[in-house]
Design a protein around this ligand. Structure first.
Ligand code: ADP
Ligand code: MG
Length: 842
């Protein structure tokens, strides 16, 4: 029976939204931090729209949305300024969320089997879930204000409820006029005894000049620019005034209050929104103040909070002493009198705890669920742990595996032998020998008659792995093949043919491996190296291609525990916790420009001992060209300074064959000094290089610095990492500017950590502490969920509890089938399905 058109439409639309939202969301995330790295949006969006429109006939309204979307990106990279780009992206998001609403509508029509027509998403009506109810239809909002609110991330009623204040002000204590002193912020409750309305001479601001009396004394009160109060404030009106007490012309003898907030009160005891209580302070945007937000939130709380469904199971709430959701929302916005202000400000009040718990619990539930699904899968292949190839491999290796390598290898092999697919993260500091462990897994797969794929983030690394592994693989009778991007690679067609025919057993390549024309005859294992560089990548991508391989994800970026639980919460983890024997810690020094001579001395000394040197220059996206120029110039200068040695240059804009040639020459020792941009950041393994000089080290993140340092110290020779950075000048405005918002002293502290420590895990914790989870290097690429209330640094303990509770629940009710878990299941699907599919590995 043919599928009904409606379900095809909704499916196609869903797939379209998933694909298109991904790069757009990525570009928008964290205040457009990645905008500079996003490429080809114009062609991408156009192609997607074209594909969608040719695939199916959609209702007119959808088609025009789709075309509108395409339109937004015309000339995106070639003709728009960054500011325009940001505006377009914001508009695109609005369009996408509109389409998303349409999709949900289609879905619902589907389920009801009902009407075949596309309708605009209607106003708020009884029974419509709050996350689908546009804020636009709330009393006092409307389409214009809805746009303002969107800037604050508020599109639905649910968003408004969860938009909790970023701080609070205790305006509950009423001060007596006789007790006010200059400098204090006071809340007064007093009666108007004189009124005078004027305008300021300079900017024609309206000024309301009052005298108020509260029975203990009189005070002048000045209200700027609040003309609407003129009609309200009369002699005898009782006012609640919040403001700063300042001295007038006669000093202490004539105090006045500069009123920040004024409200007419009917009775002294009346509790209002803006004063006389602990008042919530919200993020503002131009045209929408914290005060307006208070009114909006009050309305939304009154009308809808009670309709918020309680999704946490009773048992979990009881166990963790969590208050009902409507109460938590009420108290997070409008705390009861006497609530501990410090706890509120830090987000540690009982209400905050309840809300944060829910967010963390939901995420962990999604992760637990995904893990369960993988565990229930059966893989068609059974790998042979006794393949003779493994024996032969150990004879080929020039050294013994370390104890740590042996241990993780056993864990990996146990996974591979098991009936369910492997989904494992291998963590090991830079230089700990992960490649070798992966090689064993590859050999085991090939020895069992399967193919294996190794995916790496850069072409340089692909070439390197290929060159290193090829001899050994061939010795074992296996045929490796290289698959990198585009058509530059001559042998590509031949590679693909061999993979499809199964005559090549090991594919080594970049993300080009995921392209449609790459087909395997029997893919059994996929190794993803330096995963943190990939960001969005999924086991699902491979499964969509029809494979269910075992997955081994490797990363040298150590992940603090709390983050690991979040980002990699559904992977099994193996850790290589020791380096191969004979390694000496890299000696790290920090030099300012005036100490350059000392750095050069070390470089020269090492060159004289036949060692090689890296010079790394930062590549900052906004000024790629400038930095490139800096690197080019530096290469010239260095060639003069070290005229008896050969200097090579490597940067991201070079063609792959050129890069390849340079790397080979460096590896062969024909180039002694390699000047590079951070393209060599990951994976590169040239043991004879012993010095890493990092120019402008202050511009790199800690994890990145650690990765760069990891390029040296890969043999028994003593290695050096020389960090070049301007001497810290605290408070220098120009420098601040250069660093954007970041404090100069933060950069300094990072460098100090580098000098002190060689331990990646320790550094990761330190980095997390210095920067906070949102900023933590690379984390956004991993698709770390953004929380509205929870904070991973603050809530580490709560995360543990939520994780235990979630995993225990999935244990009890794996599919959340029990009637009391129905709402929970729906909520998990809704909140995380899209993001988890889009934003993470496995
Ligand atoms: P990473 O974990 O950073 O990917 P690599 O796999 O590149 O590290 O290994 C770093 C270096 O250590 C390589 O030169 C490799 O040959 C060497 N190595 C790996 N395992 C051992 C071992 N067991 N004994 C001695 N050297 C080893
Ligand atoms: Mg590596």
């Amino acid at each position: 029976m043919p599928r009904p058109l409606l379900s095809l439409q909704s499916e196609a639309l869903r797939a379209f939204l998933q694909r298109v939202a991904r790069p757009i969301d990525f570009a928008c995330r964290n205040a457009f931090a990645h905008l500079g790295t996003v490429r080809n949006l114009e062609t991408f969006v156009a192609a997607q729209v074209r594909a969608a429109l040719t695939e199916l006939k959609f209702p007119r309204a959808i088609e025009s949305d789709l075309l509108g979307l395409q339109h937004l990106f015309i000339g995106f990279h070639s003709a728009l300024t960054p500011k325009q780009q940001r505006e377009r992206l914001t508009q695109a998001r609005t369009l996408l969320s509109h389409l998303q609403g349409t999709y949900l509508q289609l879905e619902r029509n589907n389920e009801g089997g009902g009407e075949q027509t596309y309708r605009d998403v209607p106003g708020v009506h009884e029974g419509q879930p709050l996350w689908e109810s546009s804020i636009q239809f709330v009393k006092g909002v409307g389409p214009k204000r809805a746009l303002l609110l969107q800037r604050l991330g508020i599109e639905t009623i649910e968003d408004a409820l969860w938009n909790i204040p970023w701080r609070y002000e205790d305006r509950s204590k009423i001060t007596c006029i006789k007790d006010v002193t200059p400098g204090m912020t006071a809340t007064l409750s007093a009666e108007v005894v004189s009124v005078r309305a004027t305008r300021s001479r300079v900017r024609r601001m309206s000024i309301l000049d009052l005298t108020v009396d509260d029975g203990t004394g009189r005070l002048q009160a000045v209200l700027f620019n609040q003309p609407y109060l003129q009609d309200l404030v009369k002699l005898g009106t009782r006012l609640l005034l919040v403001g700063r007490i300042v001295t007038g012309q006669q000093g202490w003898l004539q105090l006045r209050i500069d009123v920040a907030h004024c409200e007419v009160i009917e009775q002294d005891t009346e509790v209002t929104l803006h004063a006389g209580r602990i008042v919530p302070i919200y993020h503002e945007t131009k045209g929408w103040s914290s005060r307006q937000m208070r009114v909006l939130v009050r309305t939304v709380l009154d009308e809808y909070a009670a309709r918020t469904s309680e999704i946490l199971p009773l048992r979990v709430r009881a166990e963790h002493r969590l208050m009902p959701i409507p109460q938590a929302l009420e108290e997070a916005h409008y705390p009861a009198g006497g609530t501990d202000l410090a706890a509120l400000e830090q987000g540690r009040s009982a209400a905050h705890r309840r809300l944060a718990f829910e967010e963390l619990f939901m995420l962990q539930l999604a992760l637990a669920n995904r893990r369960r699904r993988i565990r229930e899968e059966h893989k068609p292949i059974r790998f042979d742990p006794h393949t003779p190839l493994l024996q032969r491999l150990s004879q080929l290796l020039p050294f013994k595996l370390t104890g740590a390598q042996e241990r993780v290898l056993r864990e990996i092999q146990a996974d591979m032998v098991a009936a369910r697919p492997m989904n494992r993260l291998l963590q090991g500091d830079v230089g700990s020998g992960k490649t070798l462990v992966a090689l064993h897994a590859i050999i085991m797969a090939c020895g069992s008659g399967c193919q294996a794929a190794v995916m790496v983030p850069t072409e340089i690394l692909a070439e390197q792995h290929f060159a290193n592994l090829k001899p050994m693989l061939e010795e074992l009778g296996l045929q490796p093949t290289l698959v990198t991007g585009g058509h530059r690679y001559k042998g590509r067609a031949e590679s693909l043919r061999q993979l499809q025919a199964g005559t090549a057993q090991v594919a080594i390549g970049t993300h080009a491996l995921l392209q449609n024309d790459v087909q395997f005859s029997s893919l059994g294992l996929a190794v993803i190296d330096e995963q943190h560089k990939f960001g969005v990548l999924q086991r699902k991508t491979l499964m969509d291609k029809g494979y269910r391989p075992d997955i081994l994800v490797m990363t040298a970026t150590p992940i603090p525990r709390t983050l690991a639980m979040t980002v990699y919460g559904d992977l099994d983890v193996s850790i290589i916790d020791a380096l191969p024997p004979g390694r000496r810690p890299v000696r790290t020094w920090l030099f300012s420009d005036s100490q350059r001579g000392r750095a050069w001395h070390i470089v020269r000394e090492q060159l004289e001992q036949q060692r090689q040197v890296y010079f790394v220059y930062p590549l900052v996206e906004e000024s790629e060209k400038l930095d490139l120029k800096a690197a080019l110039q530096a290469a010239g200068t260095l060639q003069k300074d070290f005229s008896s040695y050969r200097v090579g240059l490597l940067h991201g804009r070079m063609s792959s064959p050129d890069k390849d040639r340079t790397m080979k020459a460096f590896k062969a020792g024909e180039i002694h000094i390699l000047v590079a941009t951070s393209v060599i950041e990951v994976g590169v393994d040239i043991p004879n290089a012993t010095v890493m000089v990092i120019e402008h080290a202050d511009r790199f993140g800690l994890a990145q610095l650690h990765q760069l340092r990891g390029r040296v110290g890969r043999s028994a020779h003593q290695a050096y990492c020389l960090l070049m950075a301007p001497a810290p000048r605290r408070g220098n405005a120009a420098e601040r500017l250069h660093h954007g918002e970041e404090d100069v002293s933060l950069a300094q502290r990072r460098l100090e950590v580098m000098v002190k420590s060689n331990d990646g895990f320790l550094m990761a914790e330190e980095d997390l502490r210095l920067r906070g989870p949102g900023q933590w290097f690379g984390i956004r690429q991993w698709g770390l969920p953004e929380f509205r209330v929870a904070n991973l640094l603050r809530d580490a303990e709560l995360l543990q509890q939520a994780r235990r509770a979630a995993f225990a629940l999935i244990e009890r009710d794996p599919h959340l089938k029990a009637p009391q878990h129905r709402l929970l299941r729906l909520a998990v699907e809704r909140r995380w399905r899209m993001r988890l599919d889009l934003g993470s590995v496995s």
